[in-house]
Design a binder for this molecule. Structure first.
Ligand code: 5RP
Length: 229
C-alpha cells in the first residue's frame, strides 16, 4: 500500500527498475520519481550503461556507481524510464517541470521503449493544468515570448507564458536555454499545439510528449497501476 506521494513515486521507480536487464543501455530520466528509479536500479548492480537526461541525474547515477554514456556516441537505447508532470489520454504527457525536457525528449526519441513513472496525482483527463514548459534560446527571448502568445492564441489558448525564475534569476537549462511556462488550463488538441509551438523561431522544444510513452507505471494507494496507450 502506498498512500503517501513520495511512497507512490518510490514504488513506481522500483517497479521500473525491475524491467531492466543486464546488458541494456538505459535512458535515465530526471526528477524526484526518476531519482527513485536510479537508486533502485543501482541497488540491483546490473551490468548496464546509463544515458542520463540531465546533469543532476548524471551526478546521482555516477555517485551510485552506474556506468554512464552520452547520447550521440551512444545511439541506441533499449529502455528509458522517466517521470512526468501530467499523464493524459493515450499516455500523452507534459514534462519539463525539472527543466530537462529537451535532453529528455532527445533520449526518449532514441529509445526502443519508454516507460513513464509517476504518483497517482499525475493522471489527468485533459492535459494542461500543469503549466506547459517551453524551452527557448536566450537570445531575443522576450520577442520569442510574444510570438508564443500568438501561437497559443491560434490554438484558442489566451495565455501569456511566464519566464521561469529561481532566486531572482531566469532558470537556465543544461543547454543554457530558458524556460517559459504556459498555464494553458485545458489543452484540447495537444498535437496541434505541439506543431504551433515548434513553428515559432527561437523555440527549442516544449514539454508535450505525444506518442512517445509505451507504458506508464503509476504508484497508487492500491499499488502500482500499469497503463498502456
Ligand atoms: C523533468 C521532468 C520530470 O520528470 C517531471 O517534472 C516530474 O518530476 P517529479 O518526478 O519530481 O514529479 O520532466 O524535466
Amino acid at each position: 500500500m502506498s498512500s503517501d506521494v513520495e511512497d507512490q513515486k518510490r514504488v513506481a521507480g522500483e517497479a521500473a527498475a525491475a524491467l531492466v536487464e543486464s546488458g541494456m543501455t538505459v535512458g535515465l530520466g530526471t526528477g524526484s520519481t526518476a531519482a527513485w528509479f536510479v537508486k533502485a536500479l543501482a541497488a540491483r548492480k546490473l551490468d548496464i550503461l546509463g544515458v542520463p537526461t540531465s546533469q543532476t541525474t548524471a551526478e546521482l547515477a555516477q555517485s551510485l556507481g552506474i556506468r554512464l554514456g552520452e547520447l550521440g556516441p551512444v545511439k541506441d537505447i533499449d529502455l528509458t524510464i522517466d517521470g512526468a508532470d501530467e499523464i493524459g489520454p493515450g499516455l500523452s504527457l507534459i514534462k519539463g517541470g525539472g527543466a530537462a525536457l529537451l535532453r529528455e525528449k532527445l533520449v526518449w526519441e532514441a529509445s526502443k521503449r519508454c516507460v513513464v513513472i509517476a504518483d497517482a496525482a499525475k493522471r489527468v483527463a485533459v492535459l494542461g493544468k500543469f503549466p506547459l514548459p517551453i524551452e527557448v534560446v536566450a537570445f531575443g527571448h522576450e520577442t520569442t515570448a510574444l510570438r508564443l502568445c500568438d501561437a497559443l492564441a491560434l490554438c484558442d489558448l489566451g495565455v501569456a507564458p511566464r519566464l521561469r525564475m529561481r532566486d531572482g534569476a531566469p532558470v537556465k537549462t543544461d543547454g543554457g536555454n530558458l524556460i517559459y511556462d504556459a498555464a494553458c488550463g485545458r489543452i484540447e488538441e495537444p498535437a496541434a499545439l505541439a506543431d504551433a509551438l515548434k513553428s515559432v523561431t527561437g523555440v527549442v522544444d516544449h514539454g508535450l510528449f505525444l506518442d512517445l510513452a509505451d507504458q506508464a507505471l503509476v504508484g497508487a494507494p492500491e499499488g502500482v497501476i500499469v497503463l498502456e496507450p
